[in-house]
Design a protein around this ligand. Structure first.
Ligand code: ADP
Ligand code: MG
Length: 301
């Protein structure tokens, strides 16, 4: 197969591993800097140009679109889809996963366990939002944050109110969530590839930190999921329409609750913690799926 990988930094662990895994299995993989792609859109002729040349002949595309370039990245991915190139994850599904409010709604519709989550546009409704979320302690999140950066824990109603008002005053969209205290600064990431959990790890935040993100100094170790956690991860991936994703869950008293579904999960933490060749499993999935083609949306979703 000839595979394109949309990625800006060829030296990132995940990107190097995917290239290595593709080549080991006899494929070629070209890393394409998403922001250097130029698109021409004419009736039935969707083309992408890269460094002055037209990109042609790809069987599959692996989108690794950074959160800061979602808008342009998804447009380039749709262009590949329209040209009949099989995407590891479809543009529509990635779009869903990038919006925490939208993904929470999709998961809720499927009956998947979630922390109580509230959302309001009007800052006048702050008191109501606090009440509906169950009062402090509360977690306040930017709708498009990543790596734990837009996530705040407010210990009292008063601090929650100030944080919400500050975000709202700067016109930032947020959601307010019940704090799952019993998770104890630990969360679970399940890597789903092609409808199966291929690896799982438990991440624990640095001392005194409730956020367990590895980017925030968290540490990871391998973990065996309970059957309920496994099925929650698989159902979440399916509801979002993602072939490959990282499903982040918290262990609440009443069972697993999903915080987010990440469509470009980092491979370094999970491969090192579990010793599993996830990059290889991703390429294997493309080998199975790409020849059949047939994305659901072909860029039109
Ligand atoms: P990001 O997309 O920035 O990673 P998350 O929603 O995954 O944001 O939150 C970051 C981390 O904060 C999680 O991995 C988890 O450890 C902690 N966290 C998030 N939401 C909650 C919550 N409702 N209760 C307890 N801890 C939470
Ligand atoms: Mg997260």
């Amino acid at each position: 197969m000839k595979i394109a990988m949309m990625a800006r930094n060829p030296n990132l662990y995940s990107h190097k591993r995917l290239k290595e895994a593709a080549e080991q299995r006899g494929h070629t993989l070209d890393i394409i800097n998403t922001l250097r792609c130029t698109m021409t859109i004419a009736s039935r002729k969707p083309h992408i140009y890269y460094n002055g040349e037209k990109l042609v002949g790809y069987d599959a595309v692996i989108p690794r679109i950074g959160a800061s370039i979602t808008f342009y990245g998804l447009a380039v991915l749709r262009q590949f889809e329209m040209a009949g190139v099989y995407p590891l994850n479809e543009s529509v599904a990635i779009g869903r996963s990038r919006d925490k409010l939208r993904s929470t709604q999709i998961l809720a519709r499927e009956g998947i366990g979630l922390p109580v989550t509230t959302f309001a546009h009007d800052p006048k409704q702050t008191e109501e939002v606090l009440k509906l979320a169950g009062g402090a302690p509360l977690v306040i999140k930017l709708l498009e944050g990543t790596q734990g950066l837009g996530v705040v824990l407010a210990d009292t109603d008063r601090s929650a109110k100030s944080v919400i008002e500050a975000f709202r005053a700067s016109n930032t969209n947020i959601l307010v969530q019940e704090f799952i205290k019993e998770a104890g600064g630990t969360d679970i990431r399940a890597l789903v590839v092609g409808g199966k959990v291929v690896a799982a790890m438990m991440r624990t935040g640095a001392d005194g930190e409730f956020r367990s993100n590895l980017h925030r100094g968290g540490t990871a170790k391998t973990l065996k999921l309970s059957p309920e956690e496994r099925s929650t991860a698989i159902r979440s991936a399916k509801a979002m329409g993602l072939n490959v994703c990282g499903v982040d869950m918290l262990r609440a008293n009443h069972g697993p609750v999903v915080m987010e579904v990440n469509s470009s999960p980092g491979l370094e933490g999970v491969e090192k913690a579990t010793g599993i060749d996830i990059a290889g499993k991703i390429i294997e999935l493309l080998e199975k799926k790409a020849p059949k083609g047939g994305t659901k949306t072909k860029g039109t979703g």
